[in-house]
Design a protein around this ligand. Structure first.
Ligand code: GLU
Length: 480
């Protein structure tokens, strides 16, 4: 069987991590199997569509390197890939169901339906469609039509047990009495979700439907439609919910950040793919830091978990740091250029140095920003309160003065030669180890933590290091 998976977002807002995980799983599985990954936009719920969100969803997917083989922008053999452009396909298939007796025209108005729903509830009965229009004669239908009523189309639910085979949850049986005859085409001519999804998954030859467990409740209706059409259903794979860290629903309303926001905050895209994949599945090796290639190689639907998972932002950040540490300095330097502003150096050599000196210390690209002011100190320099505290310790004024003198004398300035001068100054001042390096670091960078001192000295260069030391001495001790 050729594997064809799809991601079918509704353009009703940005992708949160729960939905992005579905895209990642479908994509990984298609790539693993050498199959195709299809992007389909389900935009028939016109009131909920949000302009621009189709574009944003695509941009966010591209941002994590999840690419589709067929979709609204790239086309493909089963297009169009936007449901709003597939009206003729739905009309044709709906007509086929009317013809075979599986669907009927319903002229009930929204008000009538609502009134009957309330009556049913008041009687303690199920609030499902009561089948009123199922048996309308052609003459009655004609009368309604003459009164100008536009019908919706409803599926005539057969009196048969419905069995959903789910790859994660096994066989689930549903009693047909649970479902009223449901609408497949609304009176405005647009398909309902359950109808559109079946027509399209079949029409696009989808082999595996991997989606959130929230859709499991829709699946029996979809299975009934497959049966009525005489089509083979795809393999259904319903994956558990992703919950917020507190265990509630993951939604924008509850402060969940979108995939775009994580990308803009400088999370490594590979870490996002890695993390989203681990939300559903784990590697048999037990390893957690996995490259895209390994994820594609190892993804295994049989290893999907069946219980809900909570988002763990700390773990995602940790993974981002791990993926950054796995980068070549050149690649990191290039990435940083996308996230750091004007103060990021222009020269390639300086960028490389900056990238390699901070690679071990950042968890997101954006978090490199704080090291810019350490390595490229502002003029005039500013010091953090902890730096000022470290600079005012016993013996430090003398140390800094001696260091200035020794640094002035360094001729072939590099990280090592400058560091030797600092050690010599420490010796003269009777300070070593942390007592020596901490105040020097504080004075030079304005902070008490950061890259290796040799890297700082090399990147700052002689003139800057001396300028900052002068300013430190002037600030604290009034000498020049
Ligand atoms: N448009 C649906 C959603 O965004 C897709 C559901 C499905 O994958 O079948 O939830």
């Amino acid at each position: 069987m050729t594997v064809r998976t799809r991601f079918a977002p509704s353009p009703t807002g940005e992708l949160h991590l729960g939905n992005a995980r579905i895209a990642v799983l479908n994509w990984l599985f298609a790539r693993h199997s050498g199959g195709a990954f299809v992007l389909r936009i389900e935009d028939t719920d016109v009131d909920r569509n949000l302009p621009g969100s189709e574009y944003e969803i695509m941009e966010a997917l591209r941002g994590i390197g999840v690419t589709w083989d067929e979709g609204p922008d790239v086309g493909g053999p089963c297009g169009p890939y936007r449901q709003s452009e597939r009206g003729a396909v739905y009309a044709e298939q709906a007509a086929a169901l009317v013809h075979s007796g599986y669907a009927f025209r319903c002229y009930c108005s929204a008000e009538e339906l609502e009134a009957r729903r309330e009556q049913a509830l008041a009687r303690g009965a199920k609030a499902i469609y009561d089948g009123r229009c199922r048996g309308l004669s052609p003459l009655e239908q004609q009368r309604h039509a003459e009164r100008g009523l536009v019908p919706s189309l409803r599926f005539a639910v057969p009196e048969e047990e419905v069995v959903v085979s789910d790859f994660v949850r096994g066989r689930i049986t549903f009693d047909p009495g649970e479902f009223g005859d449901f609408v497949i085409m609304k009176s405005d001519g647009l398909p309902t979700y359950n109808f559109g999804v079946v027509v399209d998954d079949h029409g696009m030859d989808i082999s595996h439907v991997i989606r959130g467990v929230g859709h499991l409740a829709n699946t029996p209706r979809q299975v009934m439609l497959y049966r009525a059409f005489g089509w083979e259903p795809p393999l259904f794979v319903h994956v558990p919910h992703v919950l917020s860290p507190e265990g509630g629903p993951l939604s924008k309303r509850h402060g969940a950040r979108s995939l775009r926001e994580y990308l803009e905050a400088g999370y490594h895209p590979d870490a996002l793919v890695n993390y989203l994949s681990l939300l559903s599945w784990s590697s048999p090796s037990g390893e957690e830091i996995l490259t895209r290639e390994r994820l594609i190689g190892e993804i295994d639907l049989a290893r999907l978990g069946a219980s809900d998972v909570r988002l763990d932002p700390d773990k995602l950040e940790w993974l981002s740091g791990e993926h950054i540490r796995g980068m070549e300095a050149e690649a990191l330097a290039a990435r940083l250029a996308e996230h750091l502003g004007d103060r990021y150096p222009e020269a390639a050599e300086q960028r490389l140095r900056f990238a390699s000196s901070i690679r071990e210390r950042i968890t997101t690209f954006r978090s490199a920003e704080r090291f810019l002011s350490q390595l490229y100190p502002p003029d005039p320099m500013e010091w953090s309160p902890t730096a000022l505290e470290a600079m005012s310790r016993e013996g430090v004024p003398r140390l800094l003065e001696t260091a200035r003198a020794m640094l002035r004398g360094v001729e072939d300035w590099d990280g090592e030669t400058a560091l030797l001068a600092i050690r010599a100054a420490g010796k003269a001042a009777g300070l070593k180890g942390r007592d020596l390096f901490m105040p020097v670091r504080a004075a030079l960078t304005g902070a008490t933590q950061g890259p290796e001192l040799a890297d700082i000295l090399a990147i700052q260069g002689k003139a800057t290091a001396l300028r900052v030391l002068e300013q430190a001495l002037a600030l604290r001790y009034g000498s020049g």
